[in-house]
Design a protein around this ligand. Structure first.
Ligand SMILES: [Mg+2]
Length: 422
């Protein structure tokens, strides 16, 4: 059995180019929420030396003079494209583990094995034809090997986006080309430690004495080494890893000075966060809200407040009333607030709700509330966001900055689907 890692190249930029042919093959950058800084670039923009994380206001003129295209981040588009990508993978692979928005591991057994490379190039073609996305496929005997192979697929032009480690006679030669910091599971700290030990690439890591690796990284390190050797020690986990925290925050387009306005902004974040919790099938047992003024004002002020919930919940009503009570604690008059948000903490799986001995639990009422939330989520999904709104969020939701370069929702909104004339 082999493992393939399928990964879309420069995913956010590729999604934007896929729905707008006028920017195909042009340098392109994507800005963060509220057009703050650069969070993604395509290959052409990378070649021009534009760095990640650069604040937009600092490089605005440079981008203009270089003729770089700009887009505000359009997460609804990326999520929809990701869903479509994963659906194609499900149809073409035996079993997949969705690893991130644009990445998935796939199990391939003997039925495909007769010609893995032609299976991979066919899959690349199907995805390009259906979604306009270029993908890289790395194939190996284990998950770590497939990750390494994917890195090689991306960096070796002659391999045309596919690298099959299983086919390669001299694996050592290729492993040597993979810098230690590119090995999956080696973060910044570990790669620094490895460098000090004289370990600079994947090959050296594979062959390093295992007692040293065990001492530093424990059993995780041993597994990593085994995987590099091609022995499977990490299973394909079909169940996605549960989140421990969920945060929703926003920068304001204009300073907020009134508590009513701050309450509305926080309420909006709480509603989004509670929808996320319900999607993740989780409850929050703790909730923190925070707000701050601009980092650059001489009277900087930042405050947060936390509450533990008597009963863990993902009910918008419960979370809203908790958060709104906390707002009174963080607000201070005469300050110009520029940012606020909420963090849902100590998340629990919906399956294991522990009722509280000392609170008034009414299972019937809980069930009723759960149905109500499901109904609201369904209507908002079916008829568009904010079909059902919460009054606490305000009528004119004008807290967030404009996303000046937002692309249309051509794949998810009926009104914005392109018209074809025959
Ligand atoms: Mg990617």
């Amino acid at each position: 059995m082999s493992i393939a890692l399928i990964d879309s190249n420069n995913f956010y930029a590729a999604c934007e180019q896929s729905i707008d042919p006028s920017i195909a093959r042009r340098p392109l950058v994507i800005l963060s929420n509220n057009d703050g800084c650069i969070i993604a670039r395509n290959a052409e923009a990378k070649c021009l030396g534009i760095s990640m994380g650069e604040p937009y206001f600092k490089v605005r003129h440079k981008l203009k003079s270089l003729g770089v295209e700009i887009r505000s981040s359009n997460y609804a588009l990326y999520a929809d494209m990701s869903q479509r990508l994963m659906n194609i993978l499900k149809d073409n692979c035996e079993e997949i583990e969705v690893y991130s928005i644009d990445e998935a591991f796939a199990k391939i057994t003997s039925s495909y094995n007769c010609n893995l490379s032609s299976w991979a190039s066919q899959l690349r073609e199907i995805i390009y034809q259906n979604l306009g996305l270029a993908i890289s496929i790395g194939i190996g005997a284990s998950k770590v090997q497939s990750k390494v192979a994917n890195y090689l697929a991306k960096t070796t032009a002659t391999h045309a986006g596919i690298f099959n480690m299983e086919n390669i006679e001299n694996k050592d030669k290729w492993l040597e080309k993979v810098p230690i910091e590119k090995v999956w599971g080696i973060g910044r700290n570990l790669s620094h430690w490895c460098q000090i030990q004289g370990i600079q690439n994947a090959l050296q890591l594979r062959d390093m004495p295992s007692n040293i690796i065990r001492k530093k990284m424990g059993v995780t390190g041993i597994r990593l080494q085994q995987e590099l050797k091609g022995e499977q020690s990490l299973n394909l986990s079909i169940e996605s890893i549960k989140k421990k925290e969920t945060c929703v925050s926003k920068s304001f387009s204009h300073p907020v000075t009134r508590i009513e306005e701050l309450r509305q902004a926080i309420a909006t974040d709480v509603i989004i966060a509670s929808e996320k919790l319900r999607r993740q099938k989780q409850y929050a047992s703790k909730l923190t809200i925070f707000t701050r003024t601009s980092l650059y004002t001489p009277f900087f002020y930042s405050q947060s407040a936390t509450a533990c919930l008597v009963l863990p919940s993902n009910n918008s009503k419960v979370l809203l009333s908790t958060a709104l009570d906390l707002t009174e604690k963080v607000f201070k008059p005469n300050y110009l607030f520029m940012k606020a948000g909420v963090i849902m903490q100590n998340l629990l799986s919906q399956e294991y709700l522990q009722l509280n001995l000392f609170s008034n639990n009414n299972p019937e009422e809980l069930l009723k509330q759960e149905h109500l939330m499901k109904r609201i989520d369904y209507l908002n999904k079916r008829y568009g966001r904010n079909t059902i709104q919460w009054a606490a969020c305000g009528i004119n939701q004008n807290h967030s900055n404009g996303q000046k370069y937002l692309s249309p929702l051509k794949t998810t909104q009926l009104q914005e689907i392109p018209i074809v004339y025959t």
